[in-house]
Design a protein around this ligand. Structure first.
Ligand code: ATP
Length: 311
């Protein structure tokens, strides 16, 4: 658990981060989201003390990070940035294995893990293992950066726009792969992004910042369906409810109940498709069906208000 307590960073007269108190839960991805200059990177870098706070505290597992030597602190915190800084004279495999090698881990086990991680981030080990960073595209280098951070196996991972240099398709593929890896390994991740869709797709929790302050902390659904302020709605944009519904399956909204006589919708469509069908059929309730069998019903009101059934 990472707790920020009345955290502040002042540059001259300007407060880059002001009175920020928020907790990032263990084993989850939290996105720091907000417009350019709102203090996301400053906040992230205060966690591993690359930036020293002006006041306030950062507690890591209950321990005040000011009481830890920065190098000891950073051993338990991976850090992935857009300009990854791979070692140019080392191969991809050696780059990924940097920390395990430094720690004197078994070479054969490390080599196996490196191959596994390359595979996980979508780089064929046989093709990429021996390449040098200069032979990689920006997106491939970024994938190596993610693999390297994971190879060190830190419980906490800080990421600053980690998927920024990728084209949209590569980006979505790496996001999906990363999400699976994070679930598997149970890492605590704090990720800076200004990309709303990335935050909605990847994060369990979103901390939306504005001018150095926290506007809202909550789940993607909290922000979309229950925005805490006009700023939150404005930042997410008018069409955000529809975009969110397009990204989630209709089954998340199914309630048990009789579905006789209602128009049906297959269980594998998005919530947005169900909403469109309601408009088309002039009804406010649909039967959701799987293999011809009714699963239950979904209502207009639940879709519009984001009232999902507990999963
Ligand atoms: N070293 C510095 N000296 C003075 N001001 C700084 C310094 N670093 C950051 N700032 C200011 O602090 C504020 C927050 O910057 P920060 O980089 O944390 O924002 P951000 O939300 O990460 O922005 P972006 O999305 O553009 O990267 C900005 O107004 C920035 O100009």
């Amino acid at each position: 658990m990472i707790e920020l307590v009345h955290l502040e960073k002042r540059y001259g007269d300007a407060l880059a981060v002001r009175d920020l108190s928020v907790t990032f839960p263990d084993g989850a991805i939290t996105a720091l989201l907000g417009p350019s200059g709102c203090g996301k990177t400053t906040t992230l870098r205060m966690i591993n003390r690359l930036i020293e706070p002006t006041s306030g505290q950062v507690l890591l597992g209950g321990q005040d990070t000011r009481n830890l030597r920065p190098e000891v602190l950073r051993r338990g915190i991976g850090y992935v940035i857009q300009q990854i800084g791979l070692f140019p004279h080392l191969s991809v495999a050696q780059n990924v294995a940097t920390v395990p090698d430094l720690l004197g881990k078994d070479r054969r086990a490390t080599a196996r893990r490196v191959d596994e991680l390359l595979q996980l981030v979508g780089l064929d080990p046989a093709t990429f293992r021996e390449k040098r960073p200069a032979q990689l595209s920006g997106g491939q280098a970024q994938r190596v950066g993610v693999a390297r951070a994971l190879a060190a196996d830190p419980p906490v991972l800080l990421m600053d726009e980690p998927f920024g240099a990728l084209d949209p398709i590569g980006r979505e593929a790496l996001q999906t792969a990363f999400r699976q890896i994070q679930r598997q390994l149970g890492k605590t991740v704090v990720m800076v992004t200004h990309d709303i869709d990335e935050a909605l797709r990847l994060a369990d929790h979103i901390a939306l910042m504005n001018a150095g302050q926290l506007e809202q902390f909550g789940s993607p659904d909290d922000l979309v369906f229950r925005p805490a302020s006009a700023f939150v709605s404005q930042f997410l944009g008018e069409d955000i409810v529809l975009r969110r519904l397009a990204a989630v399956p209709v089954t998340r909204f199914v309630q048990p109940g009789p579905a006789i006589g209602l128009p049906g919708v297959p269980a594998d469509v998005s919530a947005r498709t169900a909403l469109s069908l309601m408009l088309q059929e002039h009804v406010d309730t649909l039967a959701v069906e799987q293999d011809g069998q009714p699963l239950g019903t979904v209502t207009w009101d639940d879709l519009r208000k984001g009232r999902t059934c507990p999963s």
